[in-house]
Write a protein that binds this ligand. Structure first.
Ligand code: ADP
Ligand code: MG
Length: 544
């Protein structure tokens, strides 16, 4: 029978080498990765079986761990979807997966962090070589012949037909001499409880009495009652779900029954994913329909300004064969999305009120993303505005001024909420526009994020007070600031103003005497209804 011999791509060889040499003190994670692949394979089969129920028939989908002390092998077996000859080659061999290079570039030397990267970048299978000096994979799809893949992870692998008859995959690890501990059933069950408890399929292992036992909870984590779950459990599930080794800042777990039926478990991470600003990246929470995994990153379930939220939504109100196309513009999805937005905003309100330090952390990492909501989500604009934090002339070092606090301390004679936009905080602080406001003790918000210019265009008022740029010729503002001496001074400087007007000609709308400055001789301001200078520049750069 034909045995094909093939070479791993250079990138895969490099990856294997790094994997073995950089994760040796955190070896045990191989089990988590292989069980997670087995579970994915069962999810895929369940998904295919939506259209063809006969694929599963009466089978109970499960994962089995089979240690064989005599042979020195540990087998991870599943009855999931299996792989065809070509799929084995694509998935386990020649072609470097898209995450390979990123994984290699991201290795930090910190083994705990690096072991999470494996899952993030989709290179989990190769972690088998941390403990095995040879790996054999037997696999069969329902609609294809069985295949046998084998490699010592050095540079080549072989692939040949196999007589495997039952659907699914067996990954046989020929354990290194030093790694025989992974043959001990007690060690294996501990690891399963540590890393894979939330896997909703039964994970089975033969005990000493030769009976097969299920060693995990075998129940989707989010279906467990809240009363049973502690913060640590939520944190552990988060780590398994996201491969983020930093504990989340907060979570919200809800089961809703009635006209709309869904369970949501949402998390606010403590740090930004590496692709938060990559517009091309898909984002969102995992979608399940009645416990069947449907898709990762269901972007339609949350608006883009909440793209930092991670978690799971499981609903009984969508058809199992739901596709991304169906999700778009679906009424049920819209209802769930509105409910989820409310949950997230509630969660943030709660954090802001009760855990201000955590909230400050959140704001620092995701504030600029949340602010997009002021532009995108009119229905919730007021709520989002309350959640925003700003630098101001009163608190120039920390972005912790709320609009509420600002309005509460406005002096009686102040009508608007004053703000200044600039590229950097330093530029904002030294802006001549602030001179008059400082002299009259008016607080000014200092806005330095790129998005702020759009924000102030959309958020026109808060708490009944208009937002007003200090760089605009607001007559109202001038009246406030200017002194009774105005008339006298205007007489005195009439000639100067007229001369400037003549020299500048068409280039300015008008030249005006102002007391907004106390030190600088002059500054440029935009007309009351004109575009702000920064927005003008941004539009110019965008080619409009
Ligand atoms: P990821 O799971 O992130 O895709 P892995 O390196 O863990 O990356 O796995 C690579 C691919 O190999 C999987 O995407 C899947 O297509 C295939 N695969 C691995 N294990 C199995 C399995 N037990 N059954 C079916 N396919 C598998
Ligand atoms: Mg995997």
């Amino acid at each position: 029978m034909a045995v094909e011999k093939r070479e791993f791509q250079a990138e895969v060889r490099h990856l294997l080498h790094l994997m073995i040499h950089s994760l040796y003190s955190n070896k045990e994670i191989f089990l988590r990765e292989l069980i997670s692949n087995a579970s994915d394979a069962c999810d895929k089969l369940r998904f295919e079986a939506i259209a063809k129920p006969e694929l599963i028939g009466g089978d109970e989908l499960h994962v089995e761990l089979i240690p064989d002390a005599a042979a020195g092998t540990l087998t991870i077996r599943d009855n999931g979807v299996g792989m065809s000859h070509d799929e084995v080659i694509d998935n386990l061999g020649t072609i470097a997966r898209s995450g390979t290079r990123k994984f290699i570039e991201s290795l930090s030397g910190d083994q705990k962090k690096d072991s999470q990267l494996i899952g993030q970048f989709g290179v989990g299978f190769y972690s088998a070589y941390i403990v095995a000096d040879k790996v054999t994979v037997l696999s069969k799809r329902t609609d294809a012949d069985g295949v046998r893949w084998e490699s010592d992870g050095q540079g080549e692998f072989t692939i040949e037909p196999s007589f495997k008859l039952d659907r699914g995959t067996e990954v046989i690890l020929h354990l290194r001499e030093d790694d025989r501990e992974f043959l001990e059933p007690a060690r294996l069950s501990n690891l399963v409880r540590k890393y894979s408890d939330h896997i909703s399929l039964p994970i089975k292992l033969k005990n000493d009495k030769d009976e097969t036992e299920t060693i995990n909870q075998a129940r989707a984590f989010w279906t467990r009652p809240k009363s049973e779950l502690k913060d640590e459990d939520y944190a552990k599930f988060y780590e398994q779900l996201t491969h983020d080794y930093e504990a989340p800042l907060a979570h919200a777990h809800h089961r809703v029954e009635g006209t709309l039926e869904y369970t949501s478990l949402l998390y606010i991470p403590a740090r930004a994913p590496f692709d938060l600003w990559d517009r091309e990246q898909s984002r969102g929470v995992q979608l399940y329909v009645k416990r069947v995994f449907i898709m990762d990153k269901a972007a339609e379930l949350l608006p883009s300004y909440l793209r930092f939220v991670r978690g799971v939504v499981d609903t009984a109100d969508l058809p199992l064969n739901v596709s991304r196309e169906i999700l778009q513009g679906n009424r049920t999805v819209e209802k769930i999305r509105n409910a989820l937005v409310k949950r997230v905003l509630d969660l943030l309100d709660d954090m802001a009120a009760n855990k201000p330090d955590d909230y400050a952390k959140f704001w620092q990492v995701f504030g600029t993303v949340l602010k997009e909501g002021l532009v995108e989500d009119h229905a919730n604009q007021e709520r989002i505005a309350r959640l925003c934090r700003f630098h101001s002339t009163t608190a120039p070092d920390k972005a912790d001024v709320t609009l509420e606090a600002y309005v509460a301390r406005m002096p009686a004679e102040q009508n608007g909420i004053y703000y200044l936009t600039a590229d950097t905080l330093a530029a904002a602080r030294s802006s001549p526009h602030l001179e008059g406001f400082r002299a009259h003790n008016f607080e000014v918000l200092l806005l330095t994020d790129r998005i702020d210019e759009w924000v102030v265009n959309h958020l026109q008022s808060f708490g009944g007070k208009k937002l007003e740029s200090v760089a605009r010729a607001s007559r109202d503002l001038d009246a406030k600031i200017e002194t009774p001496e105005k008339a006298r001074l205007e007489g005195e400087f009439k000639d100067v103003v007229e001369r400037l007007q003549k020299v500048l000609g068409e280039r300015v709308e008008s030249v005006r005497l102002s007391s907004r400055l106390t030190e600088s001789p002059s500054c440029l301001v935009a007309g009351e209804h004109a575009l702000s200078r920064r927005l003008e520049e941004m539009l110019k750069r965008a080619g409009e």
